[in-house]
Design a protein around this ligand. Structure first.
Ligand SMILES: NC(=O)c1ccc[n+]([C@@H]2O[C@H](COP(=O)([O-])OP(=O)(O)OC[C@H]3O[C@@H](n4cnc5c(N)ncnc54)[C@H](OP(=O)(O)O)[C@@H]3O)[C@@H](O)[C@H]2O)c1
Length: 329
Protein backbone atom coordinates (compact mmCIF):
# COMPACT_ATOMS: atom_id res chain seq x y z
CA UNK A 1 0.00 0.00 0.00
CA UNK A 2 1.28 3.45 -0.91
CA UNK A 3 2.39 5.52 2.07
CA UNK A 4 2.26 9.30 1.88
CA UNK A 5 3.60 11.80 4.37
CA UNK A 6 1.50 14.64 5.71
CA UNK A 7 4.13 17.10 4.53
CA UNK A 8 3.81 15.79 0.96
CA UNK A 9 0.04 16.15 1.13
CA UNK A 10 0.19 19.65 2.58
CA UNK A 11 2.13 20.76 -0.48
CA UNK A 12 -0.69 19.62 -2.79
CA UNK A 13 -2.95 22.21 -4.32
CA UNK A 14 -6.59 22.72 -3.39
CA UNK A 15 -8.93 20.51 -5.45
CA UNK A 16 -6.31 17.76 -5.78
CA UNK A 17 -7.55 14.34 -4.66
CA UNK A 18 -4.77 11.86 -3.79
CA UNK A 19 -5.07 8.19 -4.75
CA UNK A 20 -4.30 5.06 -2.79
CA UNK A 21 -2.90 1.87 -4.33
CA UNK A 22 -4.88 -1.15 -3.20
CA UNK A 23 -3.17 -4.37 -2.07
CA UNK A 24 -0.69 -5.77 -4.57
CA UNK A 25 -3.02 -5.52 -7.58
CA UNK A 26 -1.82 -2.05 -8.55
CA UNK A 27 -5.42 -0.84 -8.64
CA UNK A 28 -5.68 2.81 -7.60
CA UNK A 29 -8.61 4.60 -5.95
CA UNK A 30 -9.24 8.30 -5.16
CA UNK A 31 -9.06 8.62 -1.35
CA UNK A 32 -12.38 10.39 -1.13
CA UNK A 33 -15.54 8.87 -2.55
CA UNK A 34 -19.04 10.30 -2.74
CA UNK A 35 -21.52 8.21 -0.79
CA UNK A 36 -24.97 7.74 -2.28
CA UNK A 37 -26.99 6.32 0.64
CA UNK A 38 -29.54 8.97 1.40
CA UNK A 39 -32.48 9.17 3.74
CA UNK A 40 -35.06 9.52 2.47
CA UNK A 41 -33.76 8.50 -0.97
CA UNK A 42 -34.54 11.44 -3.28
CA UNK A 43 -36.25 10.88 -6.62
CA UNK A 44 -34.08 9.64 -9.48
CA UNK A 45 -33.64 13.06 -11.12
CA UNK A 46 -32.57 14.77 -7.85
CA UNK A 47 -30.06 12.03 -7.04
CA UNK A 48 -28.75 12.00 -10.62
CA UNK A 49 -28.28 15.81 -10.62
CA UNK A 50 -26.45 15.69 -7.28
CA UNK A 51 -24.09 13.00 -8.60
CA UNK A 52 -23.41 14.98 -11.78
CA UNK A 53 -22.74 18.04 -9.60
CA UNK A 54 -20.28 15.93 -7.58
CA UNK A 55 -18.44 15.01 -10.78
CA UNK A 56 -18.28 18.71 -11.71
CA UNK A 57 -16.82 19.38 -8.24
CA UNK A 58 -14.08 16.79 -8.88
CA UNK A 59 -15.36 13.53 -7.36
CA UNK A 60 -14.36 10.49 -9.39
CA UNK A 61 -15.04 7.79 -6.80
CA UNK A 62 -18.67 6.84 -6.03
CA UNK A 63 -19.99 4.41 -3.46
CA UNK A 64 -23.32 2.71 -4.05
CA UNK A 65 -25.05 -0.55 -3.12
CA UNK A 66 -27.97 -2.62 -4.34
CA UNK A 67 -29.64 -1.89 -0.99
CA UNK A 68 -29.39 1.92 -1.33
CA UNK A 69 -31.44 2.00 -4.57
CA UNK A 70 -28.88 4.49 -5.82
CA UNK A 71 -27.30 2.26 -8.50
CA UNK A 72 -29.82 3.41 -11.09
CA UNK A 73 -29.40 7.19 -10.56
CA UNK A 74 -25.63 6.71 -10.47
CA UNK A 75 -25.79 4.80 -13.77
CA UNK A 76 -27.90 7.56 -15.33
CA UNK A 77 -25.51 10.21 -13.99
CA UNK A 78 -22.49 8.43 -15.48
CA UNK A 79 -24.20 8.14 -18.86
CA UNK A 80 -25.11 11.85 -18.80
CA UNK A 81 -21.67 12.95 -17.58
CA UNK A 82 -20.15 11.10 -20.54
CA UNK A 83 -22.66 12.70 -22.89
CA UNK A 84 -21.96 16.19 -21.48
CA UNK A 85 -18.19 15.64 -21.59
CA UNK A 86 -17.75 16.10 -17.79
CA UNK A 87 -15.77 12.87 -18.00
CA UNK A 88 -14.21 11.56 -21.18
CA UNK A 89 -14.33 7.89 -20.33
CA UNK A 90 -15.92 5.58 -17.77
CA UNK A 91 -12.38 4.50 -16.84
CA UNK A 92 -11.88 7.87 -15.11
CA UNK A 93 -14.30 6.71 -12.42
CA UNK A 94 -13.94 4.34 -9.48
CA UNK A 95 -17.32 2.71 -8.80
CA UNK A 96 -17.99 0.57 -5.75
CA UNK A 97 -21.14 -1.42 -5.23
CA UNK A 98 -22.11 -4.11 -2.73
CA UNK A 99 -23.63 -7.57 -2.50
CA UNK A 100 -26.78 -7.30 -0.42
CA UNK A 101 -27.42 -9.93 2.31
CA UNK A 102 -30.36 -11.52 0.50
CA UNK A 103 -27.92 -12.55 -2.29
CA UNK A 104 -25.24 -13.85 0.10
CA UNK A 105 -25.31 -17.42 -1.22
CA UNK A 106 -22.92 -19.09 -3.66
CA UNK A 107 -25.34 -19.35 -6.61
CA UNK A 108 -26.82 -15.86 -6.09
CA UNK A 109 -23.64 -13.83 -6.39
CA UNK A 110 -23.13 -13.78 -10.16
CA UNK A 111 -26.82 -12.96 -10.75
CA UNK A 112 -26.56 -10.22 -8.09
CA UNK A 113 -23.56 -8.46 -9.66
CA UNK A 114 -25.24 -8.71 -13.06
CA UNK A 115 -28.33 -6.92 -11.67
CA UNK A 116 -26.07 -4.20 -10.21
CA UNK A 117 -24.19 -3.82 -13.52
CA UNK A 118 -27.48 -3.51 -15.35
CA UNK A 119 -28.71 -0.87 -12.86
CA UNK A 120 -25.43 1.01 -13.31
CA UNK A 121 -25.40 0.56 -17.13
CA UNK A 122 -21.79 -0.60 -16.78
CA UNK A 123 -19.71 -3.55 -18.04
CA UNK A 124 -17.72 -3.71 -14.81
CA UNK A 125 -17.44 -2.13 -11.39
CA UNK A 126 -14.14 -1.22 -9.79
CA UNK A 127 -14.97 -2.74 -6.41
CA UNK A 128 -17.55 -5.26 -5.26
CA UNK A 129 -17.98 -5.60 -1.49
CA UNK A 130 -19.88 -8.04 0.71
CA UNK A 131 -22.18 -5.48 2.38
CA UNK A 132 -22.62 -7.20 5.78
CA UNK A 133 -21.38 -10.61 7.02
CA UNK A 134 -24.86 -12.10 7.33
CA UNK A 135 -27.46 -13.73 5.04
CA UNK A 136 -31.14 -12.93 4.72
CA UNK A 137 -33.26 -15.81 3.49
CA UNK A 138 -35.74 -13.54 1.70
CA UNK A 139 -35.75 -10.31 -0.24
CA UNK A 140 -36.39 -7.38 2.04
CA UNK A 141 -39.39 -5.22 1.43
CA UNK A 142 -39.55 -3.64 4.87
CA UNK A 143 -37.49 -3.51 8.04
CA UNK A 144 -37.05 -4.73 10.74
CA UNK A 145 -36.67 -8.29 9.42
CA UNK A 146 -38.29 -11.28 11.15
CA UNK A 147 -35.69 -13.10 13.26
CA UNK A 148 -35.93 -16.41 11.36
CA UNK A 149 -34.91 -14.71 8.08
CA UNK A 150 -31.54 -13.60 9.48
CA UNK A 151 -29.05 -16.49 9.24
CA UNK A 152 -25.26 -16.91 9.26
CA UNK A 153 -23.45 -16.43 5.96
CA UNK A 154 -21.25 -19.23 4.60
CA UNK A 155 -18.18 -17.08 4.14
CA UNK A 156 -16.15 -19.67 2.16
CA UNK A 157 -18.68 -20.20 -0.60
CA UNK A 158 -19.75 -16.56 -0.71
CA UNK A 159 -16.13 -15.48 -1.11
CA UNK A 160 -15.70 -18.09 -3.88
CA UNK A 161 -18.60 -16.35 -5.66
CA UNK A 162 -16.93 -12.95 -5.15
CA UNK A 163 -13.66 -14.33 -6.59
CA UNK A 164 -15.60 -15.65 -9.57
CA UNK A 165 -17.00 -12.12 -10.18
CA UNK A 166 -13.44 -10.78 -10.32
CA UNK A 167 -12.11 -13.66 -12.43
CA UNK A 168 -14.90 -13.11 -14.97
CA UNK A 169 -14.09 -9.38 -15.17
CA UNK A 170 -17.39 -8.15 -13.72
CA UNK A 171 -15.38 -6.32 -11.07
CA UNK A 172 -11.77 -5.16 -10.94
CA UNK A 173 -11.49 -5.76 -7.19
CA UNK A 174 -13.34 -7.44 -4.36
CA UNK A 175 -13.60 -6.68 -0.69
CA UNK A 176 -15.78 -6.65 2.37
CA UNK A 177 -17.71 -4.23 4.52
CA UNK A 178 -18.54 -4.32 8.22
CA UNK A 179 -16.03 -7.11 8.84
CA UNK A 180 -14.58 -7.30 12.37
CA UNK A 181 -10.96 -8.33 13.05
CA UNK A 182 -12.17 -11.86 13.71
CA UNK A 183 -14.15 -12.13 10.47
CA UNK A 184 -11.36 -10.56 8.42
CA UNK A 185 -8.74 -12.97 9.81
CA UNK A 186 -11.04 -15.89 9.11
CA UNK A 187 -11.49 -14.78 5.49
CA UNK A 188 -7.74 -14.19 5.04
CA UNK A 189 -7.04 -17.74 6.23
CA UNK A 190 -8.69 -19.38 3.18
CA UNK A 191 -9.20 -16.82 0.38
CA UNK A 192 -7.46 -17.20 -3.00
CA UNK A 193 -7.89 -13.49 -3.77
CA UNK A 194 -7.47 -11.41 -0.59
CA UNK A 195 -10.02 -8.65 0.06
CA UNK A 196 -8.65 -5.31 -1.19
CA UNK A 197 -10.88 -3.25 1.11
CA UNK A 198 -12.78 -3.42 4.38
CA UNK A 199 -15.35 -0.59 4.46
CA UNK A 200 -16.46 0.18 8.03
CA UNK A 201 -17.75 3.04 10.14
CA UNK A 202 -14.82 5.22 11.18
CA UNK A 203 -14.64 8.77 12.47
CA UNK A 204 -13.08 10.69 15.39
CA UNK A 205 -15.73 9.23 17.72
CA UNK A 206 -15.31 5.64 16.46
CA UNK A 207 -11.62 5.19 15.72
CA UNK A 208 -11.47 1.44 15.02
CA UNK A 209 -7.92 1.31 16.40
CA UNK A 210 -7.56 -2.48 16.44
CA UNK A 211 -9.09 -2.92 12.99
CA UNK A 212 -6.92 -0.12 11.54
CA UNK A 213 -3.81 -1.92 12.81
CA UNK A 214 -4.91 -5.33 11.55
CA UNK A 215 -5.80 -3.94 8.11
CA UNK A 216 -2.40 -2.23 7.87
CA UNK A 217 -0.58 -5.42 8.86
CA UNK A 218 -2.52 -7.56 6.36
CA UNK A 219 -2.47 -5.12 3.41
CA UNK A 220 -6.24 -4.63 3.43
CA UNK A 221 -7.21 -1.01 2.82
CA UNK A 222 -9.64 0.45 5.35
CA UNK A 223 -12.31 2.69 3.90
CA UNK A 224 -14.27 4.89 6.33
CA UNK A 225 -18.01 5.31 5.98
CA UNK A 226 -20.10 7.76 8.04
CA UNK A 227 -16.98 9.92 8.65
CA UNK A 228 -19.33 12.77 9.63
CA UNK A 229 -21.38 10.53 11.93
CA UNK A 230 -24.08 10.34 9.22
CA UNK A 231 -25.30 13.79 10.28
CA UNK A 232 -29.00 14.25 9.58
CA UNK A 233 -29.74 10.66 8.49
CA UNK A 234 -31.97 8.00 10.03
CA UNK A 235 -28.91 5.96 11.06
CA UNK A 236 -26.72 8.79 12.37
CA UNK A 237 -26.70 12.05 14.36
CA UNK A 238 -24.91 15.38 14.78
CA UNK A 239 -22.36 14.24 17.37
CA UNK A 240 -19.44 14.84 14.96
CA UNK A 241 -20.49 18.08 13.30
CA UNK A 242 -21.43 19.54 16.70
CA UNK A 243 -18.53 18.09 18.70
CA UNK A 244 -17.01 20.88 20.84
CA UNK A 245 -13.42 19.70 20.49
CA UNK A 246 -13.63 19.40 16.69
CA UNK A 247 -15.43 22.74 16.53
CA UNK A 248 -12.67 24.40 18.60
CA UNK A 249 -9.98 23.09 16.24
CA UNK A 250 -12.06 24.10 13.21
CA UNK A 251 -12.53 27.68 14.43
CA UNK A 252 -8.85 28.11 15.19
CA UNK A 253 -7.90 26.82 11.73
CA UNK A 254 -10.60 28.57 9.70
CA UNK A 255 -12.05 25.20 8.66
CA UNK A 256 -15.42 23.56 9.22
CA UNK A 257 -15.96 20.87 11.85
CA UNK A 258 -16.72 18.44 9.02
CA UNK A 259 -13.39 19.22 7.35
CA UNK A 260 -11.50 18.57 10.60
CA UNK A 261 -13.24 15.18 10.97
CA UNK A 262 -12.54 14.21 7.35
CA UNK A 263 -8.91 15.34 7.53
CA UNK A 264 -8.42 13.29 10.72
CA UNK A 265 -9.77 10.15 9.00
CA UNK A 266 -7.46 10.71 6.04
CA UNK A 267 -4.44 11.18 8.32
CA UNK A 268 -5.12 7.71 9.78
CA UNK A 269 -4.36 6.25 6.32
CA UNK A 270 -8.00 5.44 5.56
CA UNK A 271 -9.98 6.51 2.54
CA UNK A 272 -13.18 8.49 3.06
CA UNK A 273 -16.71 7.74 1.90
CA UNK A 274 -18.77 10.81 2.78
CA UNK A 275 -22.10 11.83 1.33
CA UNK A 276 -23.40 15.25 0.45
CA UNK A 277 -25.96 16.08 -2.20
CA UNK A 278 -25.52 19.78 -1.36
CA UNK A 279 -23.41 21.74 -3.86
CA UNK A 280 -21.50 23.77 -1.28
CA UNK A 281 -20.94 20.98 1.26
CA UNK A 282 -19.72 18.48 -1.34
CA UNK A 283 -17.04 21.00 -2.36
CA UNK A 284 -16.18 21.81 1.27
CA UNK A 285 -15.63 18.09 1.92
CA UNK A 286 -13.09 17.86 -0.93
CA UNK A 287 -11.07 20.75 0.42
CA UNK A 288 -9.01 18.82 2.96
CA UNK A 289 -5.82 17.93 1.12
CA UNK A 290 -3.70 21.09 1.32
CA UNK A 291 -3.42 21.41 5.11
CA UNK A 292 -2.62 19.12 8.07
CA UNK A 293 -3.67 18.78 11.67
CA UNK A 294 -0.95 19.64 14.16
CA UNK A 295 0.27 17.06 16.66
CA UNK A 296 -1.53 18.95 19.43
CA UNK A 297 -4.81 18.91 17.48
CA UNK A 298 -4.46 15.18 16.72
CA UNK A 299 -3.80 14.49 20.41
CA UNK A 300 -7.00 16.29 21.36
CA UNK A 301 -8.96 14.18 18.87
CA UNK A 302 -7.38 10.93 20.09
CA UNK A 303 -8.78 11.60 23.57
CA UNK A 304 -12.40 11.94 22.45
CA UNK A 305 -14.73 9.39 24.09
CA UNK A 306 -15.77 6.58 21.75
CA UNK A 307 -19.29 5.83 20.63
CA UNK A 308 -20.34 3.54 17.77
CA UNK A 309 -23.01 5.14 15.60
CA UNK A 310 -24.21 2.77 12.85
CA UNK A 311 -25.64 -0.56 14.01
CA UNK A 312 -27.06 -3.41 11.96
CA UNK A 313 -29.65 -3.91 14.71
CA UNK A 314 -31.13 -0.50 13.89
CA UNK A 315 -31.68 -1.73 10.31
CA UNK A 316 -32.55 -5.44 10.67
CA UNK A 317 -33.80 -5.58 14.26
CA UNK A 318 -32.20 -6.60 17.58
CA UNK A 319 -31.80 -10.32 16.77
CA UNK A 320 -29.06 -12.37 18.49
CA UNK A 321 -26.96 -12.86 15.34
CA UNK A 322 -27.25 -9.16 14.45
CA UNK A 323 -26.31 -8.03 17.97
CA UNK A 324 -23.29 -10.37 17.79
CA UNK A 325 -22.11 -8.67 14.56
CA UNK A 326 -22.61 -5.21 16.10
CA UNK A 327 -20.75 -6.14 19.27
CA UNK A 328 -17.79 -7.44 17.23
CA UNK A 329 -17.33 -4.36 15.06
N1 LIG B 1 -20.97 -0.20 4.05
C1 LIG B 1 -21.93 0.20 4.82
O1 LIG B 1 -22.57 -0.58 5.55
C2 LIG B 1 -22.27 1.67 4.86
C3 LIG B 1 -23.02 2.19 5.91
C4 LIG B 1 -23.31 3.55 5.91
C5 LIG B 1 -22.84 4.36 4.86
N2 LIG B 1 -22.12 3.82 3.83
C6 LIG B 1 -21.66 4.64 2.70
O2 LIG B 1 -20.93 5.74 3.18
C7 LIG B 1 -21.53 6.94 2.72
C8 LIG B 1 -21.30 8.05 3.73
O3 LIG B 1 -21.82 7.70 5.00
P1 LIG B 1 -23.14 8.35 5.59
O4 LIG B 1 -23.99 8.86 4.48
O5 LIG B 1 -23.68 7.33 6.53
O6 LIG B 1 -22.62 9.52 6.50
P2 LIG B 1 -21.70 10.83 6.40
O7 LIG B 1 -21.03 10.96 5.11
O8 LIG B 1 -20.92 10.80 7.66
O9 LIG B 1 -22.80 11.97 6.58
C9 LIG B 1 -23.71 12.29 5.57
C10 LIG B 1 -24.65 13.37 6.10
O10 LIG B 1 -23.91 14.49 6.52
C11 LIG B 1 -24.37 15.67 5.84
N3 LIG B 1 -23.16 16.43 5.47
C12 LIG B 1 -22.31 16.20 4.44
N4 LIG B 1 -21.31 17.09 4.42
C13 LIG B 1 -21.52 17.92 5.48
C14 LIG B 1 -20.84 19.03 5.98
N5 LIG B 1 -19.74 19.50 5.37
N6 LIG B 1 -21.34 19.64 7.08
C15 LIG B 1 -22.48 19.20 7.69
N7 LIG B 1 -23.19 18.13 7.26
C16 LIG B 1 -22.69 17.49 6.15
C17 LIG B 1 -25.12 15.17 4.63
O11 LIG B 1 -26.19 16.04 4.30
P3 LIG B 1 -26.25 16.79 2.86
O12 LIG B 1 -26.36 15.72 1.82
O13 LIG B 1 -27.50 17.59 2.99
O14 LIG B 1 -25.01 17.61 2.76
C18 LIG B 1 -25.66 13.82 5.07
O15 LIG B 1 -26.91 13.96 5.72
C19 LIG B 1 -22.99 6.56 2.47
O16 LIG B 1 -23.66 7.49 1.66
C20 LIG B 1 -22.79 5.21 1.84
O17 LIG B 1 -22.40 5.35 0.48
C21 LIG B 1 -21.81 2.49 3.84
Amino acid sequence: MEIRTHQQDCQKKMGFVPEVTLGCSGQTMPVIGMGTASYPMPDLETAKSAIIEAMRAGYRHFDTAFAYRSEQPLGEAIAEALHLGIIKSRDELFITTKLWCSFAERDQILPAIKISLQNLQLDYVDMYLIHWPVRLTQHVTKTPIPKEQVVPMDMKTVWEGMEECQNLGHTRGIGVSNFSCKKLEDLLSFCKIPPAINQVEMNPLWKQKELVELCKAKGVHLSAYSPLGANGTKWGDNRIVECDVLEGIAKARGKSTAQVALRWVYEQGASIISKSFNKQRMRENLDIFDWCLTEEESNKIIQLPQHKGVTLASILGPHDLVLEIDADL
